[in-house]
Write a protein that binds this ligand. Structure first.
Ligand code: ADP
Ligand code: TRP
Length: 323
């Protein structure tokens, strides 16, 4: 089984990224042949300067390796080291109906938030389709918000196969893999945690900054004595991500009983987050002292990825008549 996912180097990674995409991806690397990449072509849609983009790529590489991506198991690379992705994206553009892209929420959401509505942003799902299809991926672990893009990928592959495959599955149809319990990690304000909503808790941050964030989690004004419904509390939802099932059940019980202050829950959450990422923080420190290792991992990953991408591209070029 081939597993593939990508993450954009568009800023510091947060616990929504971690539980929605990184943790499932890391767990899946034991179950098949994993290809994970840093989507720097995609990041051009939001990062407008070279220095930030270069730095963000290295930060994502460090974050992912520190969190447990194992380069001995997974092929880990930078998207722009495999320019074949963009070639396939162009070819796929020609079988992609405009109406398919016009339906995509992500473009509408991003332009509504003030990101310039340029062609790159609009065509982004086609590049993502190329990323997935070029490795003949079976499974794509992503958060809920990316599900539509995997569906678009399937639609594009079907169109391509109809037009050029004569019934054969030239391009393989992938499945999204979305964990129900963490499909959407809430942010400080209870909306989806996202860089663009400014409501994130970063994975790697110092203790003081983390404390500030956790203490700023928005809560309601139900008096301390009153019983509270844990299932309506995003503070509880965050706690649950880090707690054992028994600890989560106990906390839920205390919510329901009343007499529990939100301050106390926040302190417990802060401790949990800090302890949870302690081994990863240590690993990241180690890696930072040895950036050669990181560069080598990406270089080696790119070689393996290019070899795979070339196989698909040879067949695709032949199928469409470019060779
Ligand atoms: P952001 O919304 O912060 O810009 P991205 O869109 O770069 O995050 O998401 C990268 C990956 O992390 C995707 O697979 C996405 O589905 C996942 N992800 C992002 N935010 C969350 C969240 N709040 N809950 C679950 N998964 C998330
Ligand atoms: N669009 C994804 C995001 O914003 C990143 C991404 C790019 C991706 N190409 C991909 C994810 C291919 C999975 C598969 O999070």
């Amino acid at each position: 089984m081939r597993i593939l996912s990508g993450i954009q180097p568009s800023g510091a990674l947060h616990i929504g990224n971690y539980f929605g995409m990184m943790k499932p991806a890391i767990e899946l690397q034991a179950r098949g042949e994993a290809f994970y990449f840093i989507a720097d072509y995609h990041a051009l849609t939001s990062v407008g300067d070279a220095i930030s983009l270069r730095q963000n790529v290295l930060d994502v590489a460090l974050d992912f390796l520190a969190c447990g991506l194992d380069p001995a198991r997974a092929v880990f690379f930078r998207q722009s080291d495999v320019p074949q992705h963009t070639e396939l994206a162009w070819i796929l553009s020609n079988v992609t109906p405009m109406s398919l892209l016009e339906k995509c929420h992500s473009y509408k959401d991003k332009t509504a938030k003030g990101i310039a509505p340029n062609h790159g942003l609009f065509a982004y799902p086609v590049l993502m389709a190329a990323d997935i299809l070029i490795y003949r991926s079976d499974l794509v672990p992503v958060g809920q918000d990316q599900k539509q893009h995997v569906e678009v990928t399937r639609d594009i592959a079907i169109k391509f196969n109809q037009q050029y495959g004569g019934g054969a599955e030239l391009l393989k149809l992938p499945e999204p893999e979305i964990r129900d319990n963490v499909a959407t990690v809430p942010g400080l304000d209870g909306q989806k945690m996202s860089k663009s909503y400014n409501n994130t808790i970063e994975i790697f941050t110092d203790e003081k900054a983390l404390k500030k964030k956790v203490m700023n989690i928005v809560t309601d004004s139900v008096p301390m004595e009153s019983p509270k419904d844990p299932d309506k509390s995003h503070l509880y939802a965050l706690y649950k991500l880090f707690a054992t099932p028994a600890e989560a059940a106990e906390m839920a019980e205390r919510f329901r009983k009343g007499g529990l202050g939100y301050g106390e829950v926040k302190k417990a959450l802060l401790q949990k987050i800090w302890a949870y990422f302690a081994p990863a923080r240590e690993k990241r420190q180690e890696l930072m002292k040895n950036m050669d290792v990181v560069h080598n991992v990406l270089r080696h990953g790119a070689e393996r990825a290019r070899a795979e991408a070339d196989k698909t591209m040879a067949a695709v070029r032949q199928a469409v008549g470019l060779r």
